[in-house]
Structure formats: structure tokens, C-alpha cells
Design a binder for this molecule. Structure first.
Ligand code: NAD
Ligand code: GLY
Length: 365
């Protein structure tokens, strides 16, 4: 088992990573013994892995479950209310523990419910997608989408434990696996050259990616995220680096109604776009840009960007949640393992980056 501490004073916790950890939950979570647990999940994940989780948690205390509908379009206030109703029906009191068991959608909604139910109850994140393992389960950002903007309504609510059992990834569709890998690649580009190389050298489209390598990549990405969150829990500066590839990525997701791209695929495109803008500005060497785009492409095909109107992408970039005084700060790579925050990216540069991204479509296999 790999253990990664997240040092946040009174809100500190540990990320535990290891194949088969679901079975070890009674030991790992022994400090929660005697409390009531409410698992929040969706039907798909719960039918695949819920029985094992319930069995393990029952050794610690009474267990109920609340299931939400599957998909980003259900990451809404309506679903939040359903979860809060479910927690009430489950008899959860202030000592109760919400266990988020699913991908990032479940983690964000369940986490927001834990943040708001009775003004805040304990949260344990047990992520089941690669993306949730390396990103959304760590760091305490929880929330739901507003019809006009992603993640607009939310809170910071740190989990009290994160337990990652990569064994559950055996049922994850390959496209979702690749989606998480784009986020791991992002971590490599922003702060870990060895991690970047590890993802670049992973098998094409991750087919047959070795168990040990997957575990190592998850741990490396979690270490980077933990380190950044420890220094900037409330996203005032440094944490914005985690948004590498997300400014264009979020815009692509929004313009296509959150249906065409998985989050990771949109970030994959965004990494190429940010890399190209950095190269154009003379911040990133051409060879480093080539290495970044080749590594993104190697992970596999992504839905097309050429048919996405650039005017709408520009509008969506302008609505970015992280815009301050109308200015959007881009995270741009300056080397493999280093990024800079730049408020001076122009609409013309974004339009040209979109053209470069569209031209790369032909290279994807
Ligand atoms: P997701 O939660 O929609 O999961 C993807 C699909 O995989 C779903 O259909 C889900 O049911 C299925 N699934 C989950 N685990 C499975 C398993 N083990 N086997 C088979 N199927 C499984 O998507 P995601 O990519 O995990 O998360 C995306 C969400 O995370 C977005 O809403 C994004 O905004 C959010 N996010 C949040 C943060 C944060 O810091 N809070 C960071 C990154 C992303
Ligand atoms: N996923 C971005 C963050 O946690 O800040």
C-alpha cells in the first residue's frame, strides 16, 4: 500500500492506494467504527462493486446507500436535493459519514451534500474512475453545475480519508481510462518529468498498462496534487496551475453541451492548445511542444474539434469561472515539468491554437 499524507492542519488526511484495498477498509477506517455510513454512488458503479464496499463497511457500523443517476448532466442542484433527502431518510446524524463511491460526478455531488448536510458531516472519497483517483477525490473541491456554467455552485470540503483501490478500474471502459490518463499527463507536464515520461512510455492507448505502472502513476499524480493543495488549499494562486489544459478544455466541453468530450479528452486537446500558445509566445521550446502533443496523441483518439466554432469557444473562454476583472489567466507550460500563469493570451492566439488542434485530428488513430 502507498500512503500519501495531505497536510492541512486540522483538515489533514491520508490518500491510501493499493490493489484490493476495498477489503481492507475495516482496518483502514477503524477510527470511524461505530458511526453510520451512507454510501453515495450510481447504479452502474454500485451494481459492479457496491456489495464488496457494503460488506466491508458493515464491519464498522450501519450502512445505507443513496444512488444517483449516471452522467455529467445529473450533476445538478436537483440531484443534490435527492442526495440530501436520501441522507435524511438513511437517518444520518451529525456523526454520520458520507462515502462517495464513483467517478468525479458522484464525488463532487456527494462531497457537496456532505459539506451542506447539517452544516457539514464527514466525507470519505473512494474514487472508481482513473480521473477521480488522480484528481477529483483529492483537494476538497465539491459542487454541482449551474445550467449556464460548470461547477459554479460548490464548496471546499476536504475528505477525512481517500481510499484508492485500482482493482475497480478493471470494469472501467477504455475511453474513461484514457480520460484519466490525460489528467495524469497534465500533472507530469506541470511538475514531474518522470511522470510525463512514464505516461509517454505507457502502451499505446493504454492497452495492457501494467498494474504496478498504473499504481505508480496514480501515486505520482496524487503527490503532485497533494503538494499543491497543501500550499494553496483555497485556490488563490499556485493551485491554478492544476488548470493546465482546462481553460480551452472547459470551453470545448461547454460549447458541445458536455456531451461530445469526456472531461479528460477535452483537457487532452487543451494541453495541445496551451502548449502551442506557449510555443508561439516563445515560452516553450518547439521540441517540448512536439513531445507534449505526441504524448497526448499517443493516449488515443479524441472526438473532433474541427467542427467546434471558434467564436463560441472564445465566448466560453471569456465566461471561465477563473476570470478576474474580465481577464482569463492561462496556465502555459514553459518546459516539461514547469508552468507559468499568463493573463496575456489574445483571442487571435486562441483562434490559431484551435486551427492547430483541428489540423492534428488527422494524426489521431
Ligand atoms: P464520471 O463520474 O461521469 O464517470 C465516468 C463514467 O464511468 C460514468 O458512466 C460512471 O458511471 C462510470 N464508472 C465509474 N467507475 C466505474 C468503474 N469502476 N467501472 C465501470 N464504470 C465506472 O466521470 P469522471 O471522469 O470520473 O469525473 C468527471 C467529473 O469530475 C466532472 O464533473 C468534473 O467536473 C469533475 N472533476 C472534479 C474535480 C475536483 O477537484 N472536484 C477535478 C476534476 C474533475
Ligand atoms: N482540479 C482542479 C483543482 O482541484 O484545483
Amino acid at each position: 500500500m502507498i500512503e500519501i499524507p495531505v497536510d492541512l492542519g486540522r483538515r489533514s488526511y491520508t490518500i491510501a492506494i493499493g490493489h484490493g484495498l476495498l477489503a481492507s477498509l475495516p482496518d483502514l477506517l477503524s477510527s470511524f467504527a461505530g458511526r453510520r455510513f451512507a454510501i453515495v454512488s450510481n447504479r452502474r458503479v454500485f451494481s459492479l462493486h457496491g456489495a464488496r464496499l457494503e460488506k466491508a463497511l458493515r464491519r464498522l457500523g450501519p450502512v445505507e446507500h443513496v444512488l444517483i443517476r449516471d452522467g455529467e448532466r445529473y450533476k445538478t442542484m436537483a440531484t443534490l436535493v435527492e442526495v440530501l433527502d436520501g441522507l435524511l431518510a438513511a437517518g444520518l446524524d451529525r456523526q454520520g459519514v458520507v462515502v462517495a463511491f464513483g467517478g468525479g460526478v458522484v464525488g463532487d455531488v456527494a462531497g457537496f451534500a456532505a459539506a451542506t448536510y447539517m452544516r457539514g458531516v464527514a466525507l470519505i472519497q473512494i474514487p472508481t474512475t482513473l480521473l477521480a483517483m488522480v484528481d477529483s477525490s483529492v483537494g476538497g473541491k465539491v459542487g454541482v453545475n449551474h445550467p449556464r456554467a460548470k461547477n459554479l455552485i460548490g464548496a471546499f470540503h476536504q475528505p477525512q480519508a481517500v481510499v484508492i483501490d485500482p482493482g475497480v478500474l478493471e470494469t472501467l471502459p477504455p475511453r474513461e481510462m484514457r480520460s484519466g490518463a490525460y489528467e495524469i499527463l497534465k500533472c507530469g507536464i506541470l511538475g514531474d518529468r518522470a511522470l510525463f515520461r512514464a505516461v509517454r512510455e505507457a502502451p499505446h492507448q493504454l492497452v495492457g498498462w501494467e498494474r504496478v505502472a498504473v499504481e505508480g502513476a496514480i501515486a505520482a499524480a496524487c503527490r503532485i496534487k497533494a503538494e499543491i493543495v497543501e500550499k494553496d488549499e483555497r485556490d488563490d494562486g499556485l493551485r491554478r496551475g492544476l488548470n493546465l489544459g482546462h481553460t480551452l478544455g472547459h470551453a470545448l466541453e461547454a460549447v458541445t453541451g458536455y456531451r461530445r468530450f469526456t472531461h479528460g479528452e477535452a483537457v487532452g486537446w487543451g494541453l495541445i492548445g496551451a502548449g502551442w500558445i506557449a510555443k508561439e509566445k516563445g515560452l516553450l521550446a518547439e521540441a517540448a511542444f512536439d513531445a507534449i502533443s505526441a504524448a497526448v496523441d499517443r493516449l488515443g483518439p479524441r472526438p473532433r474539434v474541427s467542427s467546434v466554432p471558434s467564436a463560441r469557444v472564445l465566448q466560453a473562454v471569456g465566461r471561465d469561472k477563473k476570470a478576474r476583472a474580465g481577464k482569463v489567466t492561462f496556465v502555459l507550460p514553459t518546459a516539461i515539468g514547469r508552468v507559468a500563469l499568463r493573463p496575456d493570451v489574445t483571442p487571435a492566439e486562441i483562434r490559431r491554437a484551435l486551427r492547430v488542434m483541428a489540423a492534428r485530428e488527422a494524426r489521431m488513430t
